[in-house]
Design a protein around this ligand. Sequence first.
Ligand code: AMP
Length: 282
Amino acid sequence: MEICRTKSDIRTAVKQWRAAGESVGLVPTMGFLHEGHLTLVRAAKEACDRVIVTIFVNPTQFGEAADLDAYPRDEARDFALLEAEGVDAVFCPSVDEMYPADTQTTVVTERLEKMLMGELRPGHFKGVCTVVTKLFNIAQADRAFFGEKDYQQLLVIKTMVRDLDIPIEITGVPTVREVDGLAMSSRNVRLTPDDRKAALILNKALAFADYEVSDGRTASELEEAVRAFIAKEPRAQIESVDVRDAATLEEVTGQITAPVVILLAARFGDVLLIDQRVADPT
Ligand code: AMP
């Protein structure tokens, strides 16, 4: 497995593969890998001849410096896991390599950028779109793989690729969970044992919402019911509960008649967790 810290190193590797007619898959991550990430890697291996995993904790998508500083990192462990999966190259650039002085250009999906998580964290999706565009341009991959867990992010990236005619195919991969249902996340290691138990309320709330969606409710009624459900867990500080059109993330008025996505964000201690589920009322 090649470990590339510079753009020119990864470009050299990709150039050789492409010259040999091999297809290239890309899995962007922020490291501290778990089974969720490795599931994306396996999907990429299945679909492409060569697989690149990027590890870059992107400062421009973090609102709070404290959150960025607290983000867990373990490069040696990540490399061992990726080697065992048969990954061809890891691209792990420094912040300076990605953002040289006088970097000025950004990428924004106007409408999606301001919704939901984008409203709570202004600039977050601008940071994501900009870094992902740079990774696409650096890696020149045929396909890229993203988790449905970050549902709005997946939609933002698909929209950006469509709007800017970026020649890459985006594949979404279903959320991978711990056996007890907690969505896997690099942030889970920061939960105290009590908060780790309390966090199970998120997946339970999604199961509850999935059951209730077929009951002729409106989106706002369902949001209220899910909020009340999560509020039964005193350790959960709800940040947002949204029921939106699964295809567009637009608000749903009247009774729910088409698939919706239920998007949850809640803090346990100082750890912000998100989870999602698509529910079909029919
Ligand atoms: P991150 O390192 O958190 O930026 O995640 C890198 C990629 O892995 C993103 O596309 C995430 O959506 C995806 N991912 C993170 N957690 C999971 C999970 N539990 N199941 C599936 N994909 C995930």
